[in-house]
Each structure stands twice: as C-alpha cells, then as structure tokens.
Write a protein that binds this ligand. Structure first.
Ligand SMILES: Cc1ncc(C[n+]2csc(CCOP(=O)(O)OP(=O)(O)O)c2C)c(N)n1
Ligand SMILES: [Mg+2]
Length: 352
C-alpha cells in the first residue's frame, strides 16, 4: 500500500538525510540477501570455488564505507565483500567473477573472492596473505600525503590478522608519518576456530591504538549508524591532517570460516544471542520503520529491487563466456588506461 501522507521523521540520526538512511538500509539488505543466495547456490553445488560469508557483519561493512568518497580507497580482506559492494563494486561483475567468466573482475582468472576494482572505484583487490592490505593502504596514504591529494585510505582486517607483524608495522608507520588512513578491525570474535582469548591478551583491540599514538574506538557492529558515526569521525580526522585512527567494530561471524566449515566450535548460545539480539539488518530496519524514515511498502520495494538485481546478476554471469586459454597472458599491465600483455607494447583492451 503506497502512502501519500507526509511522515514525521523522528530524530533517527540528525547527521544523515532520509536518502542516506534509506541507502544504508538498501545496502545492508542487499548484502544479506546476496550472502544468503550465494550460500544457497554453493550448497546446491551450483557455485564453484569458495565462499566466505560475512553474514551478521553488515553493520561493520556498510557503516565504515558510508563516509568514504569516490576517490578514497578501500583495502579489504577475504570477508569484506559487503564493504566492497557498498564502495561500488558491480553485482553482475562479482557474480561473473565467482563463475570464472571474462566479465568478472579478474577476467576469468579466478572464480573466487580475490576481487577489486582499483581503476573503477578505488577498491584494492583482496589478497590472501593477512593482513597484506594494511601495508599497501599505508603506501597509498603516504602517496596521498606526499602528492597533497585530499584522499584517504581505509583498510579492513579481522581480529586474527592483528597478531601478524604487518599489522603492527602499518599502524606504527602511519602514526609516525601522520598518514591519512583509517584502520578498521572487523572483530567477529573468531579467527577460523581461534576465539579472541587465544589471539590477544588485552581486553580490546581498540586500546592497542594508544601504543602507537593514535585514537582507538570500539563500536557495536550491530549498529550500522554507530559504526558510521565512528568511521566518519576517523575519516574527517584523516582528511583534515589529523593522522590515523583505529576502529574495532565487534560482531560475530554467523557462518563458518568458509562454506566448508560448520563452525561447531562456536557456542550455540553465543550464536543464538547474536542472531536474536544483534542482527544489524533487523536493527536498522526496525529503527527506520519506527522513526518513520521508511514504511512497510518502501521496505518491500527495496527488497523487490534487491531480488531483481540478484536475478539480473545471475543471468549476466551465466551468459558471460569463459576466457580463451590464449587470453591468460593478456591484461597483466595497465598503460594509459589500457590493459596490455607486456609493458611498452601498448594496445589491448580498455582497463576497467
Ligand atoms: C599470513 C596468513 N596466515 C594465515 C592465513 C590463513 N588464514 C586465512 S583466513 C584466516 C583467519 C583469519 O581470521 P581473522 O583475521 O579474524 O578474519 P575472519 O576470517 O574472522 O574474518 C587464516 C588463519 C593467511 N591467509 N595469511
Ligand atoms: Mg575474525
């Protein structure tokens, strides 16, 4: 039922317009639906490769990306597809990637999650060596600073990745050089089967920021608007020359490490608590409904649009061709905006 009456919006979040709040709702619902459908296809044996579900973590993924501008860069890891979608990755090309087709982001070289679109929307391709995105983000932020560009870099990693030396080196260097970077730790309480208490001996990851000389905050990953507020503050600090910040956003990994993992090591009560009380999609939807930002019809329309986007993406991926064997050596370099097979040869197809 379409409403024609003017709704009185309550003060959901005075910083954000109705359109921004609706976009946040669309994104969390899109990422939840995408995750569920891809898992379903995987379980039916219709999706090859691996899936790394980010279900339950949409509050972190969408919240941190909302304050980024198009020229700001995002350095994600294996569980951050939702953040990449929020930054602008195309659902059709993501699905073509998973099915190994030439319209995928790696042009059929990978049927998996090593996805990025640096030349399209400044999303760095996911790399497996955790947290390798951190030092690369450090380099990008250093370049922005040295060139006097107004952009910032944001890197995301998991709680387990904070035990790796690269994590500490990146934070240290960014603070010494006062780089325009935001460090996000997506603390989903587990690194594969290792719980937080086996990973670090401080109560929170956020408090480690003090050791490097930067602000650190811990936010509730179930509340996308709280995450967005923390991220916006950090982004503005970085852009304004105030240097790096650390954000620890807490949620639970609802599914296993990857599709093959039933995650029996996660206590049933903990999972039930998070699914019942800390579902970021449900929390945002209920809040926007009760505050009059959306009504039931608009929520249904958003859901319909999402389902159509998924179907269109699926059709697109299935009809996209596989690459030819001789194409595998092409497109390894980019020169003047064009993919080429070798540096200095020119030609090739337009980079995307
Ligand atoms: C340097 C390195 N060591 C080990 C691995 C294997 N590995 C892949 S994901 C993962 C768990 C990572 O946990 P966390 O950082 O908490 O991220 P999550 O999967 O929970 O999102 C491990 C150990 C790796 N990719 N890189
Ligand atoms: Mg983790």
């Amino acid at each position: 039922m379409a409403t024609t009456q003017t709704r009185q919006r309550k003060d959901t979040d005075p910083r954000l317009s109705d359109d921004e709040l609706k976009r946040a709702l669309y994104l969390v619902k899109l990422c939840r639906y995408f995750d569920e459908r891809m898992e379903s296809l995987y379980r039916q044996g219709k999706l090859p490769g691996a899936i790394y579900s980010g279900r339950g973590q949409e509050g972190t993924h969408i919240g941190v990306v909302l304050p980024l501008g198009p020229e700001d860069s995002l350095f994600p890891t294996h569980r951050d597809l939702s953040a990449q979608i929020a930054k602008g990755l195309d659902l059709k090309r993501i699905m073509a990637q998973y099915w190994g087709r030439i319209d995928g982001y790696t042009r059929g070289r990978d049927g998996n999650s090593h996805i990025g679109d640096w030349y399209g929307n400044k999303t760095w391709t996911v790399m497996s060596h955790l947290p390798i995105a951190y030092p690369v983000a450090c380099g990008a932020a250093l370049a922005y600073k040295r060139r006097g560009e107004p952009h910032i870099a944001m890197a995301i990693c998991g709680d387990g990745s904070t035990s790796n030396g690269r994590w500490h080196e990146s934070l240290n260097m960014s603070a010494i050089a006062q780089l325009p970077v935001v460090w996000v730790v997506n603390n989903n309480l587990y690194a594969y089967s290792a719980p937080n208490e086996l990973e670090f001996s401080v109560p929170t990851i956020a408090e480690r920021a003090a050791a490097y000389g930067m602000p650190g905050v811990r936010v509730d990953g179930a509340d996308v608007l709280a995450v967005e507020a923390a991220a916006r503050e950090a982004v503005e600090r970085a852009r304004g020359g105030g240097g790096p910040s650390l954000i620890e956003s807490v949620s639970l990994r609802w599914k296993g490490h990857a599709g093959h993992d039933p995650a029996k090591y996660v206590p049933k009560e903990l999972l039930e608590e998070y699914m019942r009380d800390k579902d970021p999609v449900k929390i945002l939807e209920e809040r926007l409904l009760s505050d009059g930002v959306v009504d039931d019809q608009e929520v249904a329309d958003i859901q319909g649009r999402i389902e159509k986007e998924f179907e269109d993406g699926y059709e697109f991926a299935q009809s996209s061709p596989f690459p030819e064997p001789e194409d595998f050596s092409k497109g390894l370099w980019v020169e003047d905006g064009y993919w080429t097979s070798e540096p200095g040869r020119g030609g090739g197809t337009e980079a995307s």
